[in-house]
Design a protein around this ligand. Structure first.
Ligand code: PXP
Length: 247
């Protein structure tokens, strides 16, 4: 079974637009779980533009599935994660000006810092995943850092402008998935996934977890959170049950 991790950052973004108390991401998490989410994902950014420490603390108490916390390597944020102890930490790169996470970590550049942060978290019993582009050099380094999982960045596949480039990006994800599994790591993926493009990614052999936010929250505005999560969950289950359409 593939786990669906529902990213609820956008609910906090709407709340922060007015600086008040609603909508509360904690409510979204409850509804996501009722809709079939297997985990709740949040990103505590250094600039606190959406999720706040209060959300993290309350969600730690209320989430009944798995709490996956996306964080940068900033020591202050790593310390918060160590205190709150989510089930999983996903390390992501963070840049102040970006609208959303724009790519995977640079393991070649930051290997020592990442290895140290990974071992701090894992010593505390937190599972660690690394958000990486499907780039062979990055994946080769991943095996030596000590994390148990890699989340493949699916953004280039999701943003591909035409079928040939989409196919190329999908093949890169399949190759990366093989490599990750071969190295004994768990395989996760996410970014830019929608009802239209999730099936091919769900069919990558060994896929364990998909983290999806924007598309689910967008549809939840019209359909309600529970239903938006349920339809994504169904799309993933259908993809795994059915062979891909003939090319
Ligand atoms: N995975 C990671 C590591 C992310 O940073 C994000 C975006 O916050 C997602 C998955 C979800 O991406 P999207 O909101 O495009 O579904």
């Amino acid at each position: 079974m593939i786990r669906l991790g529902v990213n609820i950052d956008h609910v906090a973004t709407i709340r922060q637009a007015r600086g008040g108390r609603e909508p509360d991401p904690v409510w979204a998490a409850v509804l996501a779980e009722l809709g079939g989410a297997d985990g709740i994902t949040i990103h505590l950014r250094e600039d606190r533009r959406h999720i706040q420490e209060r959300d993290l603390r309350v969600l730690r108490e209320t989430v009944r599935t798995r709490l996956n916390l996306e964080i940068s390597l900033a020591p202050e944020i790593v310390s918060i994660a160590m205190n709150v102890r989510p089930d999983q930490v996903t390390f992501v790169p963070e840049h102040r000006q970006e609208v959303t996470t724009e790519g995977g970590l640079d393991l070649l550049k930051h290997r020592d810092r990442i290895a140290e942060a990974v071992s701090r978290c894992q010593d505390a019993g937190i599972e660690v995943s690394l958000f990486l582009d499907p780039d062979p050099a990055q994946l080769e380094a991943a095996a030596s850092v000590g994390a148990i999982a890699v989340e493949l960045h699916t953004g280039r596949y999701a943003d591909a402008l035409n079928p040939p480039s989409r196919q190329r990006e999908l093949e890169a994800l399949f190759d990366a998935g093989r490599r990750i599994r071969h190295d004994g790591l768990l395989l996760h993926a996410g970014h830019g996934l929608t009802l239209q493009n999730v099936a091919d990614v769900a069919r990558i052999p060994g896929m364990l977890e998909l983290n999806i936010g924007h598309s689910i929250v967008s549809r939840a505005v019209f359909l309600g959170f529970e239903r938006a999560v349920a339809e994504m969950k169904q799309a993933i289950q259908n993809a795994v049950a059915q062979p891909p359409p003939a090319q």
